[in-house]
Design a protein around this ligand. Structure first.
Ligand code: AMP
Ligand code: ZN
Ligand code: FE
Ligand code: FE
Length: 281
């Protein structure tokens, strides 16, 4: 049955599948429109657009920017971006510098814990521009130090892990600004991540709206139906757009498939038009 998927990663950030193949997987899963939303980078978009034209799938230029709101990591998705905009590209390139500072520090810390790996081995796992912790996790899995990417995050890489290093992040309002200046529609990614609910979540989303946010990612692979209905309520209450996607990463997030997430995700096609109408072309 026809569906859309507005949250997909490729090899240009920490996904394991190249853009054209992601589009092909989407096509096979009856996805009629998809958004490529790599972390902090738009370089995978042209390959996806070309594949989309060939297969007759609509490809929306997108992004997922890692930012912070009151010291908490907050991911902002952007849709229908003028992705070639030089100002946007400059902001993203500057933002990515913090990855290149942080990643070798994480590797150094792991080495101190007796885990033998080099940053070159990590870099070989992806395109050099948007290397992240999932690439480090993959190396740890391959070397047998941990059994899964999840274990790598739990023991070493995540907040509170032995080798956790914070990363300098822009404020969420800056990320929202970059997206809007490039004509795009900024949306709060996976609100379940914030672990906020009820009035706290409403207040948080209201502040983001005041900063220029236009939507919430209501449908998401790991949202419980209760969460989905709560986020739908928040979106209606605050008059925010509703979006959804799988957050597919390939092998770096096992068990999540394009278009269907863990099997029960279905993002309705009707969400696309209001999103498109909110963009500035
Ligand atoms: P980085 O961009 O280097 O800060 O890495 C963050 C990315 O790692 C997130 O966007 C997720 O894709 C992934 N990630 C974060 N926490 C976990 C976890 N506990 N298990 C697996 N992947 C995770
Ligand atoms: Zn990721
Ligand atoms: Fe995210
Ligand atoms: Fe994501």
């Amino acid at each position: 049955m026809a569906r859309i998927d507005l949250h997909l990663h490729t090899t240009y950030s920490d996904g394991s599948v190249p853009p054209a193949e992601v589009v092909s997987l989407a096509h096979k899963a009856s996805v009629t429109a998809l958004a490529i939303t790599d972390h902090d980078i738009v370089d995978g978009i042209p390959e996806a657009l070309e594949a989309g034209t060939q297969l007759g799938v609509e490809v929306i230029p997108g992004i997922e920017i890692s930012s912070r709101w009151e010291e908490k990591e907050t991911h902002i998705l952007g849709y229908f971006l003028k992705w070639q905009d030089p100002e946007l590209q400059k902001c993203l390139a500057d933002h990515r510098i913090s990855r290149h500072t942080r990643n070798p520090q994480i590797v150094e810390k792991l080495n101190k814990f007796g885990l033998s790996l080099t940053y070159d081995e990590v870099k070989a796992k992806g395109h050099s521009a948007s290397i992240g912790r999932p690439h480090i996790a993959q190396v740890l899995v391959e070397k047998g130090y941990v059994n899964s990417v999840k274990e790598a995050f739990d023991r070493y890489l995540g907040v509170g892990g032995d080798a956790y290093i914070p990363r300098e992040l822009p404020e969420a309002r800056e990320a929202i600004d970059w997206i809007r200046k490039a004509g795009g529609v900024p949306v709060l990614a996976h609100p379940g991540w914030t672990k906020q609910k009820g009035e706290d979540l409403k207040k948080f989303c209201k502040k983001l709206k005041e900063a220029g946010l236009l939507g919430i990612e209501v449908f998401y692979s790991t949202h419980h139906p209760r969460q989905t209905s709560e986020y739908l309520g928040v979106a209606r209450h605050l008059d925010l757009l509703v979006t959804g996607g799988s957050d597919f990463h390939g092998v770096t997030k096992p068990g999540i498939e394009v278009g269907i997430g863990r099997g029960n995700l279905k993002v309705p096609e009707k969400l696309l038009e209001p999103l498109k109408n909110a963009a500035c072309f």
